[in-house]
Design a protein around this ligand. Structure first.
Ligand code: DON
Length: 567
């Protein structure tokens, strides 16, 4: 075939554009569940159904949030909880937003050196496993406060589904079974009494799990509200469990626990309004730092998965996580410079030395060295009701099944949230995160979190409800999901499905899911000086998008058993 000047030019253009396309990944078109009116997306189908039933019965988004939080504590015990804590960010249909902090607190008897030996070195896994790892739980108080302020259905109606699920049982999923089987030895080691999760031989998918002790605990919560957990029989069982080993939580801790209403952090991003969780979570601060810092770059043109986009996100993330380690902690105990950290002037200066062609080694940004250990679990759920109220909740026991301690006779697991404190300056926690004075242990202080329940507004209307588990990767997963929708024009489901990457300053490593980085992009990132490491799933985002036609797109993350139920 003769090649004319025109066909030559066309072939060159084609070659050039193919190169560009090859340098980035595309995400197959998919849509989540479309609903006309209301939607619940959470980690377990049974709990999503409970939430949707509450909404159908005329309950509002807060009613559904309470019912889902409790249902997850029955059907998704690995992270759903009453023995842990969390954060809720909400937006009323009229536009008013707010946040509730029901994060656990350090016990009154805690001490900044409680996990160190006489030489000042960390001792074993005391902040991670067993009774000393437990922070004072906040979830039940949080649900009571949400209901007192916003609830429309009777409290009992919101708790009863959990009594029923615990008493009648529910079928275990493949994922649940593999998590339970993998922890049989640890459960048996940490608990001196028999727990329903430990049995002869392996659990099998489809088997029904009945939890009678937990059903009775939920009956007390149903009948007595806050007192059904922090006083009476549940408290007695809780305190007896503490005394049976080296636990330090007392009745005074349970009496003193109060969740706290906080003003959410609000910022603009490309004409959208971001509403997220303030300290003691680092999530909102870090998310806003990342979004504001990336706003001046045309990442939409560069494309999802391109080397330039990944390089820029990585460099910004290193600096943001370095700030987190030094400045972030519980604002009730430490002066957190939130305004400064999220101000455009500060961020311009902070990000001025980002080099788009070369990796800045983390050691040059700040010192430290870490390693990441255990597999972990938290859970997030997103809800929108018929009125247009939205609630975004992330809640956790920290590790999968928390401290692995199940309260004898009460059937619920206790958190190991104490590990989220900086137990010694510069010593990494289970997520490889380091910290210092801002996040040191002080009685009644809340440990720093990465949980990032977030809402996004567009043109003054609700646009997105988003959040995820994933420890330190929570912030970067929420960041990428928002970019995927706003900058990369994805549907909510595509944004959730899209493979994720993560950098947290230390270790100096780009972690990525299989398929998140093409061969060509990997090569160029390595040339820039990055180390890359493939790891399992990053995040498990459950999100809702309010589309331009007003309909809701519920996107459940296929990395888990998560499910959207709406109508
Ligand atoms: O609050 C935090 O940041 C951690 N305790 C969250 C733990 C978590 O996300 C585990 N999940 N996969």
């Amino acid at each position: 075939m003769r090649m004319t000047a025109r066909t030559l030019l066309l072939s060159c253009l084609l070659l050039f554009s193919t190169c560009k396309v090859n340098d980035r990944l595309t995400v197959p078109f998919t849509e989540g569940l479309i609903g006309e009116k209301a939607m619940v997306v959470c980690a377990h189908p049974e709990a999503s159904q409970v939430g949707a039933d509450i909404l159908r019965a005329g309950g509002n988004a807060w009613d559904a949030a309470v019912a889902v939080q409790f249902a997850l504590a029955v059907v998704y015990q690995v992270a759903g909880n009453i023995g842990g804590g969390g954060f809720a960010v909400y937006r009323e249909a009229g536009g008013q937003s707010g946040a509730l902090d029901f994060r656990e607190k350090a016990p009154l008897g805690s001490d900044k050196d409680m996990y160190l030996d006489d030489e000042g070195n960390p001792t074993g896994r005391l902040s991670l496993e067993g009774h000393l790892a437990v922070g004072v739980p906040g979830s039940v108080d949080g649900m009571v406060k949400l209901h007192e302020k916003f609830g429309s259905l009777p409290w009992k109606n919101l708790v009863q589904p959990s009594v029923d699920l615990a008493r009648k049982g529910f079928a275990l999923t493949e994922q649940a079974v593999s998590g339970m089987n993998g922890r049989q030895d640890l459960f048996a080691e940490v608990n001196t009494h028999d727990i329903v999760f430990v049995k002869e031989g392996d659990w099998e998918a489809g088997q029904v799990l009945i939890q009678d002790d937990l059903a009775r605990t939920f009956e007390r919560i149903r009948d007595d509200g806050r007192a059904g957990f922090y006083a009476g029989e549940t408290a007695e069982l809780f305190l007896a469990e503490m005394k049976s080993s080296n636990g330090i939580i007392t009745q005074a801790d349970l009496d003193a626990y109060q969740s706290a209403w906080r003003d959410p952090l609000v910022a603009d991003y490309r004409g959208h309004k971001i509403i997220s969780m303030p300290p003691p979570s680092s999530g909102g601060v870090a998310l806003i730092q990342l979004l504001k810092a990336i706003e001046s770059y045309p990442v939409g043109d560069w494309g999802y998965g391109s080397s330039r986009t990944i390089q820029l996100m990585t460099e910004l993330e290193k600096r943001v996580y370095a700030d987190r380690a030094t400045y972030l902690g519980d604002p009730d105990h430490y002066q957190v410079p939130t305004k400064m950290l999220t101000s455009s002037v500060y961020l311009k200066d902070r990000m001025a030395n980002v080099d788009l062609k070369h990796s800045t080694p983390s050691q040059e940004i700040k010192e430290g060295s870490v390693e990441i250990v255990e597999s972990v679990e938290t859970t997030h759920f997103s809800i929108v009701d018929e009125e247009g109220n939205a609630v975004s909740v992330t809640t956790t026991l920290n590790s999968g099944y928390g401290s692995k301690v199940m309260v004898k006779g009460a059937g619920f697991f206790l958190n190991n949230e104490m590990d989220d404190f900086s137990i010694k300056a510069g010593v990494p926690n289970q997520f490889g995160l380091v910290g210092a004075a801002a996040n040191a242990i002080v009685p009644e202080k809340r440990m720093l979190s990465s949980m990032t329940p977030t809402l996004v507004e567009k043109e003054g209307k609700l646009h997105m409800v988003v959040g995820t588990p994933g420890g330190s990767t929570i912030i970067t997963s929420v960041f990428q999901t928002i970019l995927n929708v706003i900058d990369h024009d994805m549907t909510m489901q595509q944004a959730v499905n899209a493979k994720r990457v993560h950098h947290q300053w230390l270790p100096d490593l780009i972690l990525h899911e299989e398929g998140a980085i093409s061969g060509q992009v990997e090569e160029s990132l390595r040339k820039m000086g990055h180390d890359l490491q493939n790891r399992g799933a990053i995040g498990r985002v459950d999100a809702i998008l309010v589309r331009d036609d007003g309909r809701l797109e519920g996107a459940a993350d296929g990395r888990g058993d998560d499910k959207a139920v709406g109508f």
